[in-house]
Design a protein around this ligand. Structure first.
Ligand SMILES: NC(=O)c1ccc[n+]([C@@H]2O[C@H](COP(=O)([O-])OP(=O)(O)OC[C@H]3O[C@@H](n4cnc5c(N)ncnc54)[C@H](OP(=O)(O)O)[C@@H]3O)[C@@H](O)[C@H]2O)c1
Length: 290
């Protein structure tokens, strides 16, 4: 049975892969920093030599966008240097490497969905580190970089869970309406990655390079928050505010919508609308009593 190594498996995307792995005909090896610290070249090389993975999904990352402004070195160790370790360790085993990246590699000034070939110009230390991580991954001919946006899951902490928590505690909430993008349910991204792996494993051509994947549609954080309150059944009033009234350490893109035509046509990936995926996620939260 072919082996899939998942790094950073205790995060949002990693946990979604863990959940979906139960229905897959692969041998999964789930690791997080305690089992495999991808920042250590030696640990990676030893681990890969023992496990001999056929596919590697790197879900490990430094994702604290604002903290990255003051922890640049640490962010780069995980988002750039560690990717070099994964490439070096994948090479002797001819393993396919899936590296996850972000819409933050763009400057956010576009008015139409970003293509993979559009000029990158990250505005934050996090965005810069993720872009340099892409460059490292793409030095390897068996790499596939997937840029995604506004990831959320029933696992871990994210905007959806924060809105629900605050919506239960407060009567009203200010949320920015001048940054738009597309929320992405990590379960959908996990399913898309597994579909690509299944296709490659059954003989479809592996197409190297960068691909965009988010859910379908466009909304502002304000629209997203309104939808969360409505779907969860919370009475909390959401008030639209401008980003200038909500300063953050890291600059956020005003526009982060990704064009997904390439991943759809190359790998036959279907993409759900963000609202229907959010409905499914909130239903799962409720079923779990959360
Ligand atoms: N979250 C978003 O909105 C978003 C948007 C666009 C793209 N992305 C990208 O999507 C990917 C998945 O994001 P996510 O939200 O699932 O991330 P996440 O929930 O923050 O999970 C990342 C995991 O990696 C682990 N990790 C950190 N350093 C490690 C190391 N040296 N070795 C092994 N594991 C390590 C983390 O452990 P600790 O928690 O202990 O640090 C955590 O369990 C990332 O590449 C991220 O950049 C995320």
């Amino acid at each position: 049975m072919k082996k899939i190594l998942v790094t950073g498996a205790n995060g949002q995307l990693g946990n979604e892969l863990r959940k979906l792995s139960k229905d897959e005909k692969f041998d999964f090896i789930f690791t997080d920093v305690d089992e495999l610290d991808i920042g250590s070249a030696r640990a990676c090389s030893n681990f890969f030599d023992t496990v001999k993975p056929h596919f590697v999904i790197n879900c490990a990352a430094y994702t604290a966008v604002d903290r990255a402004e003051s922890e640049k070195k640490l962010a780069r160790e995980i988002n750039v240097e560690a990717v070099k370790n994964l490439v070096a360790s994948s090479l002797p085993h001819n393993a396919y490497l899936f590296q996850i990246s972000t819409d933050y590699v763009f400057n956010g000034k576009s008015t139409v969905p970003y293509l993979e070939s559009d000029r990158t110009a990250p505005q934050s230390e996090y965005g810069k580190s993720k872009l340099d991580g892409e460059t490292e991954a793409l030095r390897y001919s068996r790499s596939l970089v997937i840029r995604t946006s506004w990831l959320y899951s029933t696992f871990g902490n994210n905007f959806v869970k924060t809105m629900i928590k605050l919506g239960k505690e407060r009567k009203s909430l200010d949320v920015v309406f001048d940054q738009v993008g597309t929320p992405t349910y990590a379960e959908d991204l996990a399913a898309a990655i597994l579909r690509i792996i299944a296709k490659v494993n059954s003989g479809s051509k592996f197409v190297y390079g960068t691909f965009h994947y988010s859910n379908e549609g466009v909304c502002s954080w304000y629209d997203f928050a309104c939808a969360i309150m409505k779907l969860y059944g919370l009475k909390c009033k959401v008030c639209p505010v401008e980003s200038k009234d909500y300063p953050t350490a890291a600059k956020r893109p005003e526009y982060g919508v990704l064009n997904k035509a390439k991943i759809k046509s190359t790998y036959g990936i279907d993409v759900s609308h963000w609202f229907s995926s959010l409905e499914r996620m909130i239903e799962s939260l409720k079923q779990a009593g959360l």
